[in-house]
Design a protein around this ligand. Structure first.
Ligand SMILES: *[C@@H]1O[C@H](CO)[C@@H](O)[C@H](O)[C@H]1NC(C)=O
Length: 481
């Protein structure tokens, strides 16, 4: 139960964070700024909501860092009005744009999630600003990098040694450049990935030969193209190798998460596999909090507690009925059954395997996707435990064997989240050793459950049969134990 106490504590912490952050939240005021941080928001991906949450956390972080710039969202016309309203309330300026139709959609290996990333080009149309820092929503700001506005017409960082990354770049808005780019898109100019990156890499194909950006000490603006130091785009995958940052040249400013979409830092399940997820959620606690998700998690937790109580009641009923008559030992908790087909051990084993798997899948799929990892894993462990207890008591299975994968899961979380590793390689070795050590236990658990099912399947029909002869069938079938 201490797991649950910890969970409640975390929930209270999150709710508290929500209310305290409300007060600190005030829209940007004053005259228009010379520069802007901008991001885009469009609809039609399977993860629109997650991107909306991520955008709010990123922009909220910038507002709290008190950047000397506007914070702009290039929102597609079909972004829900209440999302736009929330963004404005949280300090952003919303510029509504029409989606740029992607001419590369039919080319080989086109990834549908890039359908509207060409909207990024609209950054060049923001000519009311001297410079714009254009951002993907998976940037995590460690400081306010306002010196970026001193950079030239186009500046980007090379995460990949030869291809610059378009998750953060500086540009000088220009109607002329905007028209050229729109024209290139309309004629479907060559673009390897069909997304914004392929397009911009083509457009600024000589960026690798340009000098490194050093902000002039007098605060003046540079002219020309520059490469940005890696400190402005610290690839999270570098961190996972060393488990610390070793970024040369320039201050550590912005972390980016360009890898696997399902392991973006806002998903609760990406921690502890990707330890930096916690850092992202720290930003979320400090900005928008978890007000929407907290009641859902509380309701789910209550439901799982009720299921556990139900399992307990089933267990007690079984125990008392078994005591009252040894002949009436139930078959898998369903009461003595007249149909022989119910006793095929293989079908029952498959059903049990399915239910055990479902006990993990159901909680995993019903937890809101972007909650804090502690809340997510807490409700997940509570939910799977409660459903497994139900399976144990309904089928009268050995508790320890059925709970083995659950205990193994906790062990895996501790192994992954443990702070003892000096680098990512050691962590990989630790996970390998843990997996090798747990496999025999899982094997033992499977054999044990299978053995119990076999015994029940062979012996209980006989016992049920003897009792069937002495009692009316209807009365026996009514007994739900
Ligand atoms: C760019 O075009 C827009 C719309 O056509 C116009 O409002 C704006 O003044 C232009 N900017 C410049 C710098 O010419």
């Amino acid at each position: 139960m201490s797991v649950y106490a910890a969970l409640l504590w975390v929930l209270m912490l999150m709710t508290g964070a929500v209310f305290s952050s409300e007060a600190a939240l005030a829209p940007l005021k004053g005259t228009p700024k010379a520069n802007a941080y901008a991001t885009m928001l469009y609809m039609g991906t399977p993860r629109d909501y997650e991107f909306y949450i991520a955008a709010r956390v990123m922009l909220g972080t910038l507002v709290r860092l008190q950047v000397d710039a506007d914070v702009v969202v290039l929102a597609s016309a079909n972004v829900p009005p209440h999302w736009q309203k929330t963004l404005i309330e949280e300090g952003a300026k919303v510029v509504v744009v029409n989606d740029i139709q992607n001419p590369y959609r039919d080319q080989n290996e086109f990834d549908k999630r890039f359908m509207f990333t060409l909207n990024k080009i609209y950054a060049w149309s923001l000519t009311q600003y001297q410079r714009v820092v254009m951002l993907d929503v998976d940037n995590l700001f460690l400081r306010a990098p306002d010196e970026l506005f001193q950079c030239g017409q186009f500046c980007a960082a090379f995460i990949n040694p030869c291809i610059f990354h378009t998750g953060l770049f500086v540009l000088q808005p220009s109607n002329e450049t905007f028209s050229i780019m729109m024209h290139d898109i309309s004629i479907g100019k060559e673009n390897k990935d069909g997304a914004d990156q392929g397009f911009l890499v083509n457009h600024f194909n000589d960026l690798l030969d340009q000098p490194l950006f050093h902000p002039p000490a007098d605060g003046s603006r540079l002219t020309g193209l520059f490469r940005l130091p890696l400190g402005y785009q610290m690839d999270a995958s570098f961190f996972y190798l060393k488990l610390k940052w070793r970024i040369p040249c320039g201050p550590n400013s912005v972390i980016t998460f360009p890898s696997v979409p399902m392991l973006k830092p806002w998903y609760w399940w990406s921690w502890p596999t990707l330890p930096l997820g916690l850092l992202w959620h720290e930003k979320r606690v400090a900005t928008i909090g978890f007000m929407v998700e907290t009641p859902i998690l509380i309701a789910e937790s209550l439901l799982y507690i009720i299921i556990m109580l139900l399992a307990l009641i089933i267990r007690q009923k079984c125990a008392s009925s078994e005591k009252s008559s040894m002949a009436r030992i139930s078959c898998f908790g369903r009461g003595p059954c007249a149909e022989k087909s119910l006793y095929r051990p293989w079908s029952i084993k498959v059903i049990i395997l399915g239910l055990v798997t479902g006990s993990f899948l159901l909680p995993a799929f019903t937890i809101p996707t972007t909650v804090h990892p502690f809340m997510g894993w807490g409700v997940f462990l509570l939910g799977s435990f409660s459903l497994l207890t139900l399976v144990i008591n309904v089928f009268q299975l050995p508790a320890l064997a059925v709970l083995t994968p659950w205990l193994g899961g906790i062990g895996a979380l501790l192994t992954l989240g443990s702070p003892i590793y000096t680098n990512g390689i050691m962590r990989g070795v630790g996970i390998g050793v843990y997996t090798a050590m747990t496999t025999p236990f899982l094997w033992w658990a499977a054999k044990r459950v299978s053995g119990v099912v076999d015994v029940k399947a062979h012996w209980e029909p006989l016992m049920a049969w003897t009792s069937l002869r002495s009692e009316p069938a209807s009365e026996i079938l009514m007994k739900l134990c």
